[in-house]
Design a protein around this ligand. Structure first.
Ligand SMILES: [Zn+2]
Length: 260
């Protein structure tokens, strides 16, 4: 049964591209996706599934940021890029694939390193911040920016067969730093020059779950899970979560931090 009723309730302007998802959130949900603007930091192993599924779902504007060029070692997981893209900027290669997949949306490339100084210019006019990064230093710049500008922030990280993701809303609940302030994330313990092993499918699983959360957030469909850290273990095939407690003394989101 169609949970949203007859197909006739959908207005003609909505592309048939979205026929299979319209029963889940209707034309109003689809219009919300079309009106959404999403900044995705990272066009790699996580950025590939996140950006692909958001573009396919009809998110109207996607800004894809990456500072690297495509290397052969990326191709076991970063499916936005092809053999022929080796040497090209990842952001450009990725945005091009998104436009090929869905010409009805805007996909823009930003090539460069995210810094405290340039983040406002790069991400300031997007409504939603997506962390598909592979390093903790840039992640913290991104997460702090989201708190400062009161934008929803969707975190994910992967290593080996494992990954994690979490959603943070600006108006209530904890922020990324409530969880990863004093006890640093696993990833940040790894030296910057150390190569992290990773299974492409694991990045695909975690990035897809991250995209699913973003689509639910934008459309209002399904159940939201902000403030929980989900941990996927691809060896045992388990998905666990822990509730993140708001740290009243958090260096970023607490009332005292806001006054500084
Ligand atoms: Zn916090």
């Amino acid at each position: 049964m169609n949970p949203a009723g007859s197909k006739h309730e959908y207005n003609a302007p909505v592309s048939e591209r979205y026929d299979r998802q319209l029963p889940l959130f209707g034309t109003s949900g689809q219009n919300k996706l079309a009106a959404a603007s999403v900044f995705i930091a990272g066009a790699g192993g996580l950025g590939s599934p996140v950006a692909t599924y958001l573009a396919a779902a009809g998110v109207g504007r996607i800004i894809l940021l990456d500072c690297d060029t495509v290397e052969k070692t990326n191709l076991n997981r970063q499916f936005l890029h092809r053999e022929a893209d080796i040497g090209r900027p990842k952001a450009e290669s990725g945005a091009e694939k998104l436009r090929l997949l869905n010409p009805e949306i805007q996909a823009e490339a930003v090539c460069g390193l995210l810094t405290e100084e340039n983040i406002e210019k790069m991400a300031g006019d997007c409504q939603i911040i997506v962390d598909a990064l592979d390093n903790d230093k840039t992640r913290r710049i991104l997460a702090a920016f989201a708190v400062r500008t009161k934008k929803p922030y969707f975190h994910a990280a992967v290593s080996g067969f494992r990954g994690q993701f979490a959603s943070f809303h600006p108006e209530d609940g904890p922020c990324y730093f409530c969880m990863f302030s004093k006890t640093e994330s696993e990833e940040s313990k790894i030296s910057e020059n150390q190569t992290v092993p990773i299974v492409g499918a694991t990045a695909g699983v975690v990035g897809s779950m991250q995209a699913n959360e973003i689509i639910k957030y934008i459309t209002g469909a399904g159940k939201e899970h902000s403030g929980k850290l989900f941990i996927w273990d691809g060896v045992s095939n388990t998905l666990d979560f822990i509730e993140i407690e708001k740290d009243e003394d958090c260096e970023i989101c607490s009332k005292s931090a806001a006054k500084k």
